[in-house]
Every structure is written in C-alpha cells, then in structure tokens.
Design a protein around this ligand. Structure first.
Ligand code: CMP
Length: 139
C-alpha cells in the first residue's frame, strides 16, 4: 500500500533565486495539498542530523554547508501516491538528467544545488516530516 504524504524542502539555492512562488505553484497545480509548511533555516546540527544517512559520502561537508547557508521552505504534501508522484514532479537528482518540465529541470543548477528535496519512501517522508513539524503544525 502506498502512503498519501511526502516531505519536501525548497533548498537555499531556489530561495535565493526567487523561486519559492513558482515552485509552490507547480506543487499545487500538480494536485498536492500543503498540509504543513514553514520558512526556516537549518542549523549545522539540523543538517547533519537530517542528512546523517549521507555522512560517509564525499560530498557530505559540501551538502551541510549548502543546506545551512540560507533559509529553506519545509513542507508536508498530501496526494494519493505522494512519494512517487512528487519524485516524478521534481525530476532526477542531477538536473542534466531531469525530464523536461520538472522542477529540477526548471530551477536546479547542479547535482548539489538541485532546488528541492523529495522524500524517497513513505517511511522517510514520515521521519523527515516529524523532524520539522510538531503534530499541531500539521493540518
Ligand atoms: P537530495 O536527493 O535531496 O538529498 C541528498 C543531497 O545530496 C542531494 O539532494 C544533493 O543536494 C546532494 N548531492 C547528491 N549527490 C551529490 C554530489 N555528487 N555532489 C554534491 N552533492 C550531492
């Protein structure tokens, strides 16, 4: 059975380049309902915890620097088949491989600065959503 919620972040690069509005428009136009959202900035500790799974990767330091350099938008999105459908909407991690019309094709500039995050499983969507939001911030 597939779940109906996913977790996303609009990353510092897309916030800096003024793309919060167009990205939220793409998300809602694709049928996702925003059930939680906040404008915030990750501390170094937040980023190291959130991305702990990538701790041994050579790009971990760069990833933490990038994700903490400015504000982000964090959100929980609701739709049938949310995780899979949202990953299709954002496109491949590397924007050079992202399909036309996807959020990363439109707004990402590199594999590191790739505009948005999307949870890769129902389990991680729940963990990542709980990392950012308390129960009374989810509607
Ligand atoms: P995301 O898939 O949201 O979560 C892991 C992040 O690590 C990924 O987006 C990129 O921002 C970053 N990342 C993945 N691969 C690389 C890489 N080869 N070099 C730098 N950053 C990367």
């Amino acid at each position: 059975m597939t779940g109906n919620r996913t977790f996303t972040m609009i990353k510092p690069d897309a916030v800096e380049s003024g793309h919060i509005g167009p990205i939220l428009e793409k998300i809602t136009a694709a049928g996702f309902k925003i059930v939680a959202m906040k404008y915030t900035q990750l501390s170094r500790r937040d980023a190291e915890t959130f991305y702990a799974i990538h701790k041994e990767r050579p790009f971990f330091g760069e990833l933490v620097e990038f994700m903490t350099r400015g504000p982000i938008v964090a959100a929980i999105l609701e739709k049938d088949n949310a995780v899979e459908d949202y990953r299709a909407l954002i496109g491949a991690t590397n924007p050079e491989q992202a399909a036309e019309g996807t959020i990363r094709k439109l707004y990402a500039t590199s594999v590191a600065e790739n505009a948005v995050h999307g949870a890769d499983s129902d389990e991680n969507a729940a963990i990542e959503g709980a990392f950012h939001f308390s129960g009374r911030e989810i509607f």
